[in-house]
Ligand binder design. Structure first.
Ligand code: ATP
Ligand code: MG
Length: 544
């Protein structure tokens, strides 16, 4: 990570002062959904900052809540991390520390710093007070150590139902930070755990488990997003009162948000479960699997996230910036080929029926290293509907119209002479003539055509579906409207057309630039008999 950021500065100081010998970070995803691009900021911070100082980064699955966690998500997260090119020094599971966490809870009870409380969730919330009112002590706060040990053991043994009892830290019910008003450390959940099976029916809360895990692993800098800011005081309390031999520190950075994008796992789950999208890898989703399927490269995502910097303020970045980094990444690496999304038939009346010739085209005009290919030309062609009008509307119009001549990319000049209509009066075919002397590369420059347009030869063309995307969620003045009611009905448009027959087999995720249109990637549902392309990003930004 080249750009300096405030956590990097802290790490430099800690190494220089000898406070730490080595930088050790961790990336702690909860395996309850797929990762989204916001997680990439956390990943980049954790992995690249450690790497910057030759330190190391653990991947730790924060699987202390069995309610939503699943091994499907563990596998998906492992793949995402590999795709972004990161290599954890160790892979740990928070649940592997359950025995130690339980022992530390007992230690706190013995020190008189934790107690079993019979209040239910609502009562706990009511007793807690608020920013302007101190809380009230729980009637169970002064249970003896012996009674607490006995009850906590019974909680573990399954004597009580979910919610019947909790273990709470005994701190200060009048503390100005509400997180310090006797927070819950353990709750009862009779639920199967994806790794621990039915060994446990009590589970530690994040605020208790996380600092312990960081301390056990020797994490020096525990980085997380800003919403944990007012939990840091509790984090430090846990480390101190549990007398952990290693003392980790928590640092918070701002969350990354993107315009018209929902970036919370809960909402992403809702989108999938409600069927509003086709799955976590729907190409409109901000998940890493969705962005990957759409065609974004791992480096474009990392470049984008790094360009947003790292500070202690949440940021909302225009989604078009991601398109920019995609274009920058692949514009010199991909072949620029011709595709027609909304085809209009063209017949070259003075070209022999049945004859096909091949013209030579450079694969990427800005990168000769990508070589050349052959493009078919013949009597029957397709052009984009929007590249033809009957009459030139104004002097800025640089496409085909009756009586006008345009250049076909890599091929000849053609002139439009007449059109055929169907019974409803729609234009179905444009009759043209071509000038054999104007072949591309022949040096012909006697006339200036009215623009250059693309085409594909109709008899050799490959049929294709083009998926075009817009943001999934629309802005709405009405803030009370749920995001499920703000889904953009035009977020996925499918068009049927043709691409030039530039290769036999198109591999999944192979990327192309379609001339004058945008960058596309081959979708996982593509077949050679009917290709499917996802538009990753248009050629130009719409930001003027
Ligand atoms: P969400 O809030 O989107 O549901 P989460 O924070 O619950 O996600 P975790 O699996 O707990 O998801 O996140 C792993 C790490 O990624 C945490 O350290 C969290 O701070 C960080 N993180 C999550 N979302 C963002 C974001 N939008 N920007 C920066 N960091 C994030
Ligand atoms: Mg979380």
């Amino acid at each position: 990570m080249e750009e300096s950021n405030f956590i990097k500065t802290i790490m430099e100081k800690d190494l220089a002062s000898g406070k730490v010998k080595e930088i050790v970070t961790r990336f702690p995803p909860e395996p309850n959904a797929y990762l989204h691009i916001g997680h990439a900021r956390a990943m980049i911070t954790d992995f690249e900052l450690a790497e910057c100082f030759n330190g190391k980064t653990n991947l730790r699955f924060d699987d202390t809540n069995p309610a939503k966690e699943d091994s499907e998500f563990v596998d998906a997260i492992l793949k995402d991390i590999e795709w972004l090119g990161y290599h954890p020094a160790n892979i740990f599971f928070g649940s592997d520390y359950f025995d130690q966490t339980y022992e530390l809870a007992i230690k706190l009870i013995k020190k008189g710093l934790a107690y079993v409380c019979d209040l239910n969730q609502e009562e706990i919330a009511k007793y807690r007070g608020d920013l302007s009112h101190p809380g009230i002590d729980s009637p169970y706060r002064n249970r003896s150590v012996e009674e607490n040990l006995k009850l906590f053991n019974e909680m573990r043994e399954g004597k009580y139902a979910d919610g019947e009892k909790v273990l709470r830290a005994k701190i200060d019910m009048a503390h100005p930070n509400i997180n310090m008003r006797d927070p819950v450390l353990y709750r009862i959940l009779h639920m199967h755990h994806h790794r621990q099976g039915d060994k446990w029916c009590i589970y530690p809360m994040y605020d208790f488990a996380h600092p312990i895990q960081d301390a056990i692993e020797g994490i020096t800098h525990s980085c997380c997003s800003l919403e944990y800011d007012n939990h840091r005081i509790l984090y430090d309390w846990v480390v101190e009162k549990c007398e952990m031999p290693h003392v980790p520190h928590q640092y918070e950075f701002g969350r990354l948000n993107i315009t018209n994008t929902i970036m919370s796992k809960r909402y992403l789950r809702e989108l999938v479960n409600s069927g509003k999208v086709t799955g976590y890898d729907d190409p409109r989703m901000p998940t890493l699997v969705g962005l990957k399927r759409r065609g974004f490269t791992a480096s474009s995502i990392k470049d984008f996230v790094k360009s947003t910097g790292l500070s202690r303020v949440n940021s909302t970045i225009d989604g078009e910036m991601l398109d920019h980094f995609l274009r920058e990444d692949i514009k010199l690496k991909v072949n620029r080929i011709m595709a027609v999304k909304d085809p209009l038939e063209v017949v070259i009346d003075n070209y022999e029926e049945g004859k096909i010739e091949y013209v030579v085209a450079e694969n990427n005009a800005e990168n000769p290293e990508l070589g050349e290919r052959k493009v078919a030309f013949g009597r029957h062609l397709y052009i984009e509907k929007e590249d033809f009008v009957l009459e030139k509307p104004n002097k800025h119009y640089k496409r085909l119209a009756l009586g006008l001549e345009v250049r076909l990319y890599h091929a000849y000049f053609i002139k439009a002479n007449s059109v055929d209509y169907d019974k409803d009066g729609n234009i179905v075919c444009v009759h043209c003539t071509y000038d054999v002397n104007t072949k591309s590369g022949s040096g012909f420059n006697e006339r200036k055509p009215n623009g250059t347009i693309q085409f594909v030869e109709a008899t050799t063309a490959r049929s294709a579906i083009f998926n075009l995307f817009e943001p999934l969620v629309l802005d709405d003045e009405d803030e009370t409207k749920s995001f499920l009611d703000r889904i953009n009905p035009n977020s996925w448009t499918r068009m049927k057309g043709y691409v030039e027959n530039c290769k036999e087999h198109f591999d999944e995720l192979e990327r192309f630039q379609f001339i004058r249109d945008g960058y596309y990637a081959v979708d996982k549902e593509s077949k050679d008999s009917e290709l499917v392309f996802n538009r990753i990003a248009p050629l130009k930004s719409s930001i003027k």
